[in-house]
Design a binder for this molecule. Structure first.
Ligand SMILES: [Zn+2]
Length: 394
């Protein structure tokens, strides 16, 4: 049956205990019968009118956003920052805060379901809660089978304004990989500095650096808001397979695919509300090469290239000898399996900001703070600050 059959209640006309029979009509004068019939027809028309208008307004609330969300996403235009805004944005990124306050507390072992994981979650939550923009932080805990038995995972999703129709997503994973210990240094644990402590710290610094601007944006009730997603369980426990990897992103993408948005919609879900899924991973080593992975988001990759060049020309990047060092379109080293995959398969537009080739110390106990390149981390954060500001029109 059509949707309308569920919306309508069957029209019930109560005739006061019995039908209007022929003998009733005989007892009534002709004029009164005519008036009675006229009133009955008018009442029927009014009831029908109410039902029809209810159905029509239902269509507006449920169907139009499906069209609008997609159309608005495709036609979304970034705001180009002026040279003075660019200087202000670059200055708001605080390298010391990024390193000391945001990054250091994440540089611990943080396997899913452990105290380390909980400590990092608390760090992220308390950092975002301390900001004035007013983030809504949601935890998404779930249990899933792994080669090591059932494990409890927890994604963390922070939304600037949950009532906003569309979202720009900045994403990274906060879990660390379970690596076998080194027999020569059994006390060493895998810290995953680039994988992905640095991207998490960069996202916290972006929220801190843009705090005032994000707060002002929220007051304007814009069509697009910012959402920060910290995935758990990106890493596999054993050999990487479709089942043993991407635990958090698979879970969240499925939940978003079945959660109506705007609330009550029967046609659109939180997935359609994602304008762009920007995934940060394997960042923090010197001289990263970041390639464009998807044609349908190439115009947004161009904005990253432009931001790097403009910041360089204004002398706002450090240890950055040429104007285009990180973001390059003319290279492609093949696809990468990462947290974007479950969203990509569901049609979400992806911008994958990942160093390819991977850092030389990838998935080794040497992925530590000592091997990070601080100017690169600060430069990338400045570039992303410009990108976010331009996307959201801050
Ligand atoms: Zn990894």
């Amino acid at each position: 049956m059509s949707r309308s059959s569920r919306r309508y209640k069957p029209l019930q006309v109560n005739h006061g205990g019995g039908p209007i029979s022929g003998c009733d009509r005989i007892r009534m004068p002709r004029a009164r019968v005519l008036i009675f019939c006229l009133i009955a027809v008018l009442m029927l028309a009014v009831i029908l009118g109410i039902c029809l208008s209810y159905e029509t307004s239902g269509d507006h609330s449920n169907r139009l956003p499906a069209v609008d969300l997609a159309k608005d996403r495709l036609s979304h235009k970034p705001v180009k920052t002026s040279p003075s805004q660019l200087r202000r944005l670059a200055a708001q990124v605080d390298g010391t805060r990024l390193w000391e306050m945001h990054l250091r507390p994440i540089l611990i072992e943080r396997l899913p379901g452990t105290q380390g994981s909980l400590a990092v979650r608390k760090h992220i939550t308390s950092t975002l809660s301390s900001l004035s923009a007013g983030w809504t932080v949601d935890l998404d805990p779930f249990q899933a089978p792994t080669p090591r038995g059932p494990v409890t995972f927890t994604n963390l999703v922070a939304t600037l304004d949950p009532s906003t129709p569309r979202r720009l997503l900045l994403c990274c994973h906060y879990d660390s990989k379970a690596l076998p210990p080194d027999a020569r240094a059994p006390e060493k644990v895998f810290l995953g500095a680039t994988d992905s402590a640095v991207p998490c710290a960069m996202m916290l610094e972006l929220a801190s650096a843009l705090d005032g601007l994000l707060g002002a944006l929220k007051q304007q009730r814009p069509a697009v808001t910012l959402q920060l997603v910290f995935f758990d369980g990106e890493e596999s426990f054993e050999e990487w397979t479709a089942a043993d990897s991407l635990y958090g992103s698979r879970h969240l993408s499925e939940w978003m695919a079945r959660t109506p948005h705007p609330p009550g919609s029967t046609h659109t879900t939180l997935l359609q509300a994602v304008d762009l899924f920007v995934l940060l991973d394997l960042l923090g080593a010197p001289d990263p090469l970041i390639a464009n992975h998807f044609d349908n988001t190439a115009r947004w990759f161009d904005r990253l290239i432009a931001a790097e060049k403009r910041l360089h020309r204004q002398g706002l990047l450090t240890s950055h000898p040429a104007e285009q060092m990180y973001f390059k379109k003319d290279v492609y080293l093949g696809p990468v399996q990462d947290d974007h995959i479950p969203f990509l398969h569901k049609g979400v537009p992806i911008l994958h900001v990942i160093a390819t080739p991977f850092p030389a110390f990838w998935h080794t106990l040497d992925d530590t703070e000592d091997n990070l390149h601080r100017p690169t981390v600060e430069n990338l954060t400045r570039i992303l600050a410009v990108f976010v500001a331009e996307y959201l029109g801050l």
